[in-house]
Design a protein around this ligand. Structure first.
Ligand code: SPV
Ligand code: MG
Length: 431
């Protein structure tokens, strides 16, 4: 009897899956792989049920010989182990990022004469509706909020991209790359005070009020499903911060990062070029405690951001603060630096990790941008935030277009660099 292999990464079994199994049975014994959570989140949406539940779901389908876990997106290991005569899949993998997976399977099968079968993907209203329901579910506050904690367990580095609008949210949500035989996407989104303010033409001095910042979050949430880390600046007055925590938590934001500065906040990347005052350890701990006391779920995270290196207060001060903030209840530590050389970030992480192996460390490699995610992970970093690159790439592009139009008294010369009209019209899906 021949063997037929297929791999599922679904939370719901619908008639499309059953149809695929029915087809597969015509060729031999059917083995189904259930894609691991770790692999699934690299190119697909976040699972809404546990791996064990997804596994059980497949096990319950009649006529399957065996169900296994497929650990990797690419099929190298599974094909080496099973040597299936056939691999069968819906033909939807001929498009988009999944094309790379199909190509991987095709070349692996070719080596020993295995065959690839593409079954027409079941596209009907019912299947479409199920698909939309799962999407809506992962976007709901109670699912979205806890996802950062879940990702911290699954991902060596939680890759986070700055967003400040529905459009930038869509970029963070949908961009998947196929590079060097691997698929990857961003895990989370950062609502930066710098970029949220800049998008409104305002300086980054806690001038854009919270109501307006919540509006940005809402715009992003409306069109995305990924978890959000909110830049809460200094957190403001303790009496105000508790309200901010309540609102963010209710909205389904996963974490707020507050920095240990007081008075008129200026952007950290100014460093000591402008006057900035660091909060006392005692007062900032009070703020952390107040926030932790007020939150209602175990999911929401308050991350304490240490400005000692930015303000040239030394490593000892940074570490003392880190331990104190964790003791006060901080769910994570963000250590910031404006040096090009990542040495002080590495030194902080190494020292902190000697004492504390658990508390997540967040970094924002804007200045020390040559450092890779793998290097940061090796020093114990858990979350990397690309805090402003989308905004910084969009602004010069838009400015150049404005100049081209002014110089040429028409838009033709700019056109070569522009997105085709056809693409902008279809960029946003209608419901
Ligand atoms: C932001 O993105 O607003 C930040 C990070 O707070 S930084 O601009 O580097 O201070
Ligand atoms: Mg900021």
């Amino acid at each position: 009897m021949k063997t037929v292999y297929t791999c599922f990464s679904t939370d719901v079994i619908h008639e499309g899956h059953l149809n695929l199994i029915k087809e597969a049975k015509k060729y031999g014994n059917v083995i189904v792989g259930v894609l691991s959570d770790e692999a699934m989140i690299r190119y697909n949406r976040f699972p809404t049920i546990s791996f064990e539940e997804r596994f059980a779901l497949i096990k319950n389908i009649e006529g399957i010989k065996k169900v296994i876990e497929q650990k990797d997106i690419m099929y190298d290991r599974v094909i080496e182990e099973l040597h299936p005569d056939y691999v069968i899949h819906g033909d939807n993998w001929k498009q988009g990022p999944m094309k790379a997976i199909r190509e991987n399977v095709r070349s692996l099968l070719q080596v020993y004469g295995g065959k690839l079968i593409d079954v027409p993907y079941t596209r009907n209203e019912k299947v479409k509706r199920i698909d939309e329901r799962i999407r809506e579910k992962v976007a709901m506050p109670e699912y979205r909020r806890k996802r950062l904690r879940q990702l911290l367990k699954m991902r060596e580095i939680v890759k986070t991209l700055e967003v400040h609008s529905g459009l930038t949210g869509l970029i963070a949500e949908k961009t998947v790359v196929d590079h060097e035989g691997e698929l990857d996407q961003f895990d989370a989104m950062w609502i930066s005070s710098l970029c949220d303010s800049t998008a409104k033409g305002k300086p980054d001095i806690e001038l854009v009020d919270m109501t307006s910042r919540f509006r940005t979050i809402d715009d992003v949430m409306e069109v995305t499903t990924k978890p959000i880390i909110f830049d809460g600046d200094t957190g403001g007055l303790i009496e105000h911060f508790v309200y901010t925590v309540r609102t963010l938590e209710r909205m389904g934001v996963s974490a707020v990062i507050i920095e240990d500065k007081t008075g008129l906040k200026k952007n950290s990347l100014f460093g000591t070029e402008v006057e900035q005052t660091q909060d006392t350890i005692e007062h900032f701990c009070e703020k952390i405690k107040a926030g932790k006391n007020i939150q209602l779920t175990d999911d929401f995270m308050i991350i304490a951001r240490i400005e000692s290196l930015i303000l040239e207060q030394g490593m000892e001060d940074a570490l003392e603060r880190a331990y104190a903030y964790v003791k006060a209840g901080a769910d994570g530590i963000m250590i910031h630096s404006r040096k090009k050389d990542p040495a002080e970030i590495f030194a902080f992480c190494d020292a902190f990790r000697k004492v504390d192996k658990e508390t997540p460390i967040v970094v924002v490699p804007t200045s020390f941008n040559q450092v890779t995610e793998t290097e940061l992970a090796a020093h114990g970093v858990n979350i990397v935030i690309y805090a402003n690159q989308l905004t910084r790439s969009a602004f010069p592009a838009m400015e150049q277009t404005a100049k081209d139009i002014l110089i040429n008294h028409r838009a033709k010369e700019a056109d070569g660099r522009l997105m085709p009209i056809k693409d902008i019209l279809t960029l946003i899906d209608e419901l």
